[in-house]
Design a protein around this ligand. Sequence first.
Ligand code: GLC
Length: 589
Amino acid sequence: MPSTAPDPELPATEVENGGEGELEETPAATRTPDQWWRSAVIYQIYPRSFADGDGDGIGDLPGITSRLDALVELGVDAVWLSPFYTSPQHDAGYDVADYCDVDPRFGTLQDFDSLLTRAHAEGLKVIVDLVPNHTSSDHRWFQEALASPEGSAERARYLFRDGRGPDGSQPPNNWQSVFGGQGWTRTTRPDGTPGQWYLHIFDSSQPDLDWTNPWVHEQFADILRFWLDRGVDGFRVDVAHGMAKAAGLPDYTPPAGTGSMGGGVTLAPEIEGHAAEDPATPPYWAQPGVHEIFREWHAVLEEYEGDRVLVAEAWVDPLEKLADWVRPDEMQQAFNFVYLETPWQAPALRSVIDESLAAFGGVGAPSTWVLSNHDVVRHASRLALTAENPQGAGIGPKSPGQPIPDIGLRRARAATALMLALPGSAYLYQGEELGLPEVIDLPDSARQDPTWFRTNGARYGRDGCRVPIPWEATAPGYGFNTSGESWLPQPGEWTRFARDTQLGVPGSTLELYRLALELRRSHGLGTGSVDWLPGYSEQVVAFRNGDVTVIANLGTTPVELPAGEVLVSSDALPEAVLLTDSTVWLHTL
Ligand code: GLC
């Protein structure tokens, strides 16, 4: 049975294959089945850690350009670049001080243009990051606001408020920062006396913008046009569930057991993503006001030729709610973090696949799939944790439930082989194609995530998934650069993960990815559908997508392979059986 449940509100053609039919009844709909992003595999480049052209230990744009060939060889369709804009780097670039320039650490605007030209020449689309919830406190807008009187137009760009209590010494409300500690910081007036407070849902160096102010809307429309004019293919929108806050900024106490805000950047979905009318919805997430912003941006993208895309980073649950982010006149895609957070259990995976295809397909959008990114524990470690690990907490030497590396890599390979067989668009995070695990034993002195500092080390944060990746086994810095410098230390035992150790080696993780990506394309899996196969045990995920049969065995009992030519397998297949924690694709007619 196809996993997509038709939505009675929509013409029947819309929901099959992630909703590729025509949206006759929606005036703003301009979607066609051949839109590249519907089935694209998009590779996330984290510029600090991808390739370092100038050897200062921080990756850069020329470094990326020099390594684009490797991504063509890998077989991805597009890259998403995490921020490379002018920034003091208090949150690794997600604290932007100038949205329309490149930080000198990463290069210049000319370097960006060269990267884009080269990527396009190689057939790769390029998506850049847009960070609209907050700026850096170094941004001119914020500096002008601080220098301007209370109640001024400059202050109205941000969320400045008077403090509570007779002397205003208490924060305006009880909101906490995602990174730990309170969500407000008090300013000091020019005469040295304490002044108003400003809201920062993240670090104190990341003041939240006030999206009820039309001026803010105008600035961001211009920023979009600046990058669209340069030729980018789209934007990944940071914290796309956070820009609108509930009127009056009411106090909010998360339900017991979920921590101050739920435990990390992503927070616990049970408190984060409920509908605005749900009393459990925090007044800073998933407020209805965000949708007006997306519609504006959708219209800006439509001013341009080509097929440009907005991708929501929105930690919203349930999926039916997240589907609102990708209605036909809003964004094109949203990261499926519900999928990312699904445990390695067959029934849970079958359900989330069904729910994803139904929810996104119900609004005519493709589902997306993702297992790793720069905010989460790498899936080669996460899938083999032996204790609960709240999202955003990270893993360090003292964390309970340390992952079991061999099981982790085995599951990661199986999970990726399963993900890449699904219809829709898939996201890869740099280094996962090498099977990289989380780096757990970073010295405390090397850690840089604001989460680590704001929680006094109670949460390790996200540095462990951000270590510069290994290209060459025997080169300094594993070929990240030629100097051997690295902003986070690389582990001594990464030789076996280096790209040149794996390239051309049958069965290596890199070759598994390459083969799966090639077959995904040649068999049209990204534009296909999921037909569940009966007759398998509860611990098996088995479906057909076109002429490919996909079987993932999450149980301990070996699964006999059906007839058909083996196309790709995440593990060796002794005696034609699929062992535990492995996935196979078979060509079946
Ligand atoms: C997003 C980014 C994360 C960043 C945060 C604040 O969640 O992915 O890395 O710290 O927003 O900008």
